[in-house]
Ligand binder design. Sequence first.
Ligand code: PRT
Length: 283
Amino acid sequence: MIKIAVQKSGRLYDESLKLLKECGLHVDNGMDQLKAEVRNFPAEVYFLRNSDIPQYLEDGVVDIAIIGENVLYEKNANVFVLEKLGFSKCRLSIALPKNDEYSGITSLEGKKIATSYPNTLQKYLNEKNVNAEIHLISGSVEIAPNIGLADAICDLVSSGSTLFKNGLEEKDILFRSEACIAANPKALEDKKEIIDEILFRVQSVLKARDHRYILFNIPNHQIKTVGKMLPVLKSPTVLPLLDEGWSSMHSVIHVDDFWKVIRGLKEHGAQGILVIPVQNMVI
Ligand code: PRT
């Protein structure tokens, strides 16, 4: 039995449960439940506060967790990051009122900085040999300069709209973060097989999200040329059509190549191009 922690409610909750579901884990979670059984896998899911997860993970109360890297770094948790998950991307940044002078972190020498991330900020200030006063706030950090509580803030930014609404400007990035799967070091040894199984499923789901299955009809004389344009896993599948002189080609492409490939296919006479999401990808 493996114990998996996810955030109880908040920004990581939906994507975490979606990922577990796509990995084939059916979580029986009801409202306000702290713990849920997984019906078809030897696992229990614990719904915890994001900020508490690093400690539970380090203490071995849970074996693995879906958590923001920023929280692990802040708590200096003795755990292993097994896989970055590509969601809840954000950055921990220094921001100042829009018209304030800033020519690097040394501009904050002797100033007051409000943050919920004192350890990460202190580490950064130490690296840069800057002495500044850290003012710890647990929420709504962005109002601190407006009410005279601090000269600058150090907070998470994703779209930047909160900073904008509060007349602040992002000046420096300390840390880039995204959701990840992290594990307790002892669980990695004791429950290696089951953790490997989860990781294998997660990786195949993540890979599939980045790829599309495409199929299209192509005149036979273009097969070789078009085949070279497809950045495929091995080699595209080619099947004859009933109509003489035409074939159907099938392939898997990375989303980053998508528009370039589609344009090329059309230029070479491809017709009836179908694009299908890939559910799982095992290479
Ligand atoms: O209560 P609990 O401890 O469970 O939750 P929490 O307060 O730590 O959680 P939550 O749900 O706010 O955030 C969970 C995780 O989401 C964080 O630890 C990050 O890893 C990640 N994340 C991604 C963010 C953001 N983006 C984000 N934008 N966490 C917070 N924010 C806040 C930021 O603090 C600021 O107030 O959103 C505001 C800025 O957003 P933009 O889009 O206006 O720039």
